[in-house]
Design a protein around this ligand. Structure first.
Ligand SMILES: [Zn+2]
Length: 197
């Protein structure tokens, strides 16, 4: 899979950590700094050893960790506002772009280039900094937002889902975050409505 499509999936998975956005009671998966780091490790944004170091660091500095969690959610909601605007054909608000730009600038201020497989690779130089987890997400988001895949990001058609996906179909016909979940649920709902009606 090309790198930018992996980035896109991770960024959308990040947005989807708040489930049920269109409903009155969205479900927050990033309930703690610990949960944020666990999520990032599952998405291969952080190696396991780095994740453990950050979680240990967070136990020593709980207030700082809580502030970083706040910045992570702020970035997530800015990215959510960005894809919402693009999907609606609107220009994103300046404040939204400021938040994303700020996170990117901070991310790139804490890394450097190293030789890798005949080319170069950007690596983090902030192993023990609690913000590293946000910077890893910001760099993935930075690659997605300048790619043409941004225009293919769409919300799931199920009224109570609100998950985002990248529509890679040729005729842009995909409707569900996951056919097995929302697609079948919606079909069942329509089937029942027909039977009752
Ligand atoms: Zn869905």
């Amino acid at each position: 899979m090309p790198a930018e499509s992996v980035d896109g999936d991770r960024v959308l998975a990040f947005l989807n950590t708040l489930s049920g956005r269109p409903t009155a009671s969205p479900v927050e998966r990033l309930g703690s700094y610990d949960a944020l780091v666990t999520w990032a490790r599952e998405q291969h944004l952080l190696p396991a050893a780095a994740a453990e170091r950050l979680q240990a660091q967070a136990r020593r500095h709980p207030q700082q960790a809580a502030a970083v969690l706040g910045r992570a959610r702020e970035l997530r909601e800015a990215l959510n506002a960005l894809v919402t605007a693009i999907d609606a054909g609107r220009a994103p608000a300046a404040a939204v772009l400021d938040t994303i730009s700020g996170a990117l600038a901070s991310a790139y201020a804490h890394g450097r280039l190293v030789p890798h497989d005949g080319a170069l690779q950007w690596i983090s130089t902030a192993d023990a900094e609690l913000d590293r987890v946000v910077w890893e997400v910001a760099r993935a988001a930075g690659r997605l937002v300048v790619s043409d895949r941004l225009a293919r990001v769409r919300p799931c058609a199920a009224g109570d889902c609100g998950w985002w996906f990248v529509d890679d179909t040729k005729n842009r016909s995909r409707r569900w975050c996951d056919m097995k979940i929302c697609g079948n649920r919606e079909k069942l709902r329509r089937f029942r409505a027909r039977q009752q009606g």
